[in-house]
Structure formats: structure tokens, C-alpha cells
Design a protein around this ligand. Structure first.
Ligand code: ZN
Length: 244
């Protein structure tokens, strides 16, 4: 089975369209989203419509939860909070319903999906080191789990030869069968933060036991203009050019 995995889309329609076009060429059987579909960008309804049309299976991210008023924005920075408030006023009842139907965790035949961590996903903690990954690696019911949240692609591995050690790789092709468990951060479709402004997505082939992180160019100028036109903070447009 071939899975396409979309990380942190953040209402970036041009990036989402480019990634879906690329996924069409990959021949995937199912498309998953690790959450944060909305927030930051200026096309929440358009992104939700595209994802629904494609039958994408999402989990809930912290920005989605904040837009649904399920999460306090006290710990959000000012830009993020402004975008959450802007988004709340723009999404309709049916879109809200669809976002609300996303669980915190999904388990498929060959992989699990969560936004930040698999261990206590409701906390929306960040995995930024092997130590951060250990509680999630400990509770993984399947050998592969996909996450997002940091907007930086990286794979954390519990190795067969030494299960007491958690390793990591930033390689774009990972043989997940080599490891006992692999926790894969797929990066971000709509707001990459690894200084590569191209949209990121992942493909997982469960038969081949391999995960690929892929990057695709998209029309940043159009998306930045959309953010300016919406009256959202200019910083949210500027950062797209830099991938930060
Ligand atoms: Zn995010």
C-alpha cells in the first residue's frame, strides 16, 4: 500500500495544489494529513474543500483545535493568534464540522498518525530531540508513525541493533524496515521552517518498507499576496519566501 502524507498545510492553497499534483504522479492509495490544516495562511475554506474532495484523512492539529475554540491561544505567538482569530470568522459550519471530525490519532494498517506526539497527543508537545521522541516510540502500536508540528522533516529511529538508543536521520529516503520503529516528521506543506521554502510531503510504501520526503516548488508570490490582501500580518507572507 502506498500512503501520501501531508504535514502542516496551514491554509496555503498554492502549496497544497502543487503537492496534490505531485501526489497524483506518485500513485498513492490513500492520503493522510498530520493536522494543522488551517491557521497562518489566507485560504482555509479552499484548502478544506480540496482535502474533502480528495477524501484526505486528517488528525487534528493545535491550530485546527484553536480555530475550533477547543484550545486556548494564550501560548500562541501574536501572529499565530491573529491568524486563528481571522480563520475563526471565515470558516463555515460545515467546514468546522469537518475539522471537528478529525481525531487526535489515527491508526491505519501499516502506520499511525498524530500531530505532535503519539504519547499524550492532546498536549501538542514538540519532538525536537531523540529524548522527546522516546515516549512516543514507546507507545507506538505499529512500526511507523507520522507526525508534523515542528515543520521540519526528520526521522527518529529505534534501531534493531540497539533498541536502547534512539537515532535520527534527516535523509529524504529512509528504509523503515531496517528499524524496529520509525517516527517520521513529514515537514510542512504550507509553511516549511527548515530554510527550504519548497512545500514538503511524504510517501510511504509499506511493501517496500520505505519512506520518502519530497519537496516541490509552488507559487509563493500568489500565496503571499493572498495573505497581504486578507490583512493578515505581513510576517506570515514574508516567511514563506525564506522557509522559516
Ligand atoms: Zn503547524
Amino acid at each position: 500500500m502506498r500512503y501520501g502524507i501531508l504535514g502542516d498545510i496551514h491554509s496555503n492553497l498554492s502549496a497544497l495544489e502543487s503537492v496534490l499534483t505531485a501526489l497524483d504522479r506518485e500513485g498513492v492509495d490513500v492520503v493522510l494529513s498530520v493536522g494543522d490544516i488551517v491557521g497562518y495562511g489566507a485560504a482555509p475554506s479552499e484548502c478544506i474543500a480540496l482535502l474533502r474532495e480528495r477524501g484526505v484523512r486528517p488528525v487534528m492539529g493545535n491550530h485546527d483545535a484553536a480555530c475550533l475554540q477547543l484550545l486556548d491561544t494564550r501560548y500562541f505567538n501574536n501572529y499565530a493568534r491573529a491568524a486563528v482569530e481571522w480563520t475563526r470568522e471565515r470558516i463555515g459550519a460545515e467546514e468546522r464540522e469537518w475539522l471537528l471530525s478529525a481525531p487526535l490519532v489515527l491508526h491505519f494498517d501499516h502506520c499511525s498518525v498524530s500531530h505532535g506526539t503519539l504519547f499524550r497527543p492532546e498536549l501538542f508537545d514538540y519532538i525536537q530531540s531523540p529524548t522527546d521522541a522516546d515516549p512516543s516510540l514507546d507507545v507506538m502500536p505499529l512500526p511507523v508513525c507520522f507526525v508534523g508540528h515542528t515543520h521540519v522533516p526528520v526521522t527518529l529511529l529505534r534501531l534493531r541493533e540497539d533498541p536502547t538508543r534512539t537515532a535520527y536521520t534527516v535523509d529524504y529516503e529512509v528504509d523503515v524496515d531496517e528499524a524496529l520503529r520509525a517516527l517520521v516528521n513529514v515537514g510542512s506543506v504550507g509553511q516549511p521552517r527548515d530554510e527550504d521554502p519548497r512545500a514538503a510531503y511524504a510517501v510511504f510504501d509499506s511493501d517496500a518498507g520505505r519512506v520518502w520526503i519530497k519537496r516541490v516548488e509552488y507559487d509563493i508570490r500568489t500565496e503571499a499576496q493572498r495573505i497581504h490582501d486578507a490583512g493578515l500580518p505581513a510576517m506570515l507572507a514574508d516567511r514563506l519566501y525564506l522557509g522559516v
